[in-house]
Design a protein around this ligand. Structure first.
Ligand code: SAM
Length: 291
């Protein structure tokens, strides 16, 4: 028995730059009995770079059902296991979470070995308000569900971070240009890698930029916090002294699309969307906005 016996180590690894591994992570990866890796090929490259020869076992989204009982059994028999993801901190938008939850359920010791994570790296690099933020993981693939999720982001007043795949980026930016045309967004690409790039701007600018520069690599989107004045539900801040028509007009003026503006006013005033819609019909057509 060693100090490590029977423990599950949640071991963060670099999201690109190999220098971002911690000294502790290297020691743990060297000393555990087994490393459960989301992508054994990628982890093997990392281990061989640091001359570590610990046995690897695959643990990914397609084998969680069979692997979790096996890994839990091995922990119970006293083996020490480090779980590592493809990159970053296991448990954030990857299968690490299910293994950690299973270990917690079994009252097995879980030891975090912190390090890089794309969400925090992008959040701080974007330069928006970090005093409170929301992390939404990946957007749904289904377009309707994705639009609804982005409508939530449009209503959210805290800085919001999302993961995005390169082949979905343009479609997502198109939806953002429609739902939140005025929102500053930072597109963080290939963080810590050779082609690291952080592009900041309104969605229509970003759309144009990435139409001209084909999206390649890994992406995180960071949506700036919204001025509380337009989102809060206190009477003064939500335009409580304004009529429903005036409040709608002010939201449209701020760049919200009609559907989102109607939802916001309905929530603020505690009335149905149908009632707000009735007021919206009387509004003049929305002027075109330059981005
Ligand atoms: N658990 C990981 C973490 O803590 O960062 C995230 C796993 S999730 C399956 C992978 C996603 O994270 C990618 O699709 C991308 O959105 C984001 N990501 C990972 N590495 C990145 C990088 N170097 N630059 C930008 N985004 C990255």
């Amino acid at each position: 028995m060693t100090e490590l016996s029977g423990k599950l180590f949640i071991c963060a690894t670099p999201i690109g730059n190999l220098e971002d591994i911690t000294l502790r992570a290297l020691r743990v990866l060297r000393e555990v009995d087994l490393i459960a890796a989301e992508d054994t090929r990628r982890t093997r490259q990392l281990l061989s770079h640091f001359d570590i020869h610990t046995p690897l076992i695959s643990y990914h989204q397609h084998n969680t059902a069979s692997r979790i009982p096996e890994l839990i059994q091995r922990l119970k028999s006293g083996e020490s296991i480090a779980v590592v993801s493809d990159a970053g901190t296991p448990g954030i938008s990857d299968p690490g979470q299910e293994l950690i939850q299973a270990a917690v359920r079994e009252n097995l010791p879980v030891v975090p070995v912190p390090g890089p994570s794309a969400v925090i790296t992008a959040l701080v690099a974007a330069g928006y308000d970090t005093s409170a933020f929301v992390f939404g993981g990946f957007l749904p693939r289904n377009r309707r569900a994705k639009r609804e999720a982005l409508e939530e982001v449009a209503r959210e007043h805290r800085t919001t971070v999302l993961y995005e795949a390169p082949h979905r980026l343009l479609d997502t930016l198109r939806l953002c240009a429609d739902l939140m045309p005025e929102r500053p967004v930072a597109v963080c690409r290939e963080l810590t890698k050779v082609h690291e790039e952080i592009v900041r701007g309104k969605p229509s600018f970003l759309l144009q930029y990435f139409e001209e520069n084909i999206p390649r690599g890994e992406f995180v989107l960071v949506f700036s916090a919204v001025d509380r004045g337009s989102m809060s539900s206190s009477p003064e801040e939500s335009g409580g002294e304004l009529t429903v028509e005036e409040r709608l007009a002010s939201l449209l003026e701020q760049g919200y699309d009609k559907k989102t503006a109607i939802k916001i006013v309905a929530q603020e005033r505690g009335i149905s969307k149908r009632e707000v819609y009735g007021a919206a019909i009387n509004l003049p057509a929305r002027p075109m906005k330059e981005n």
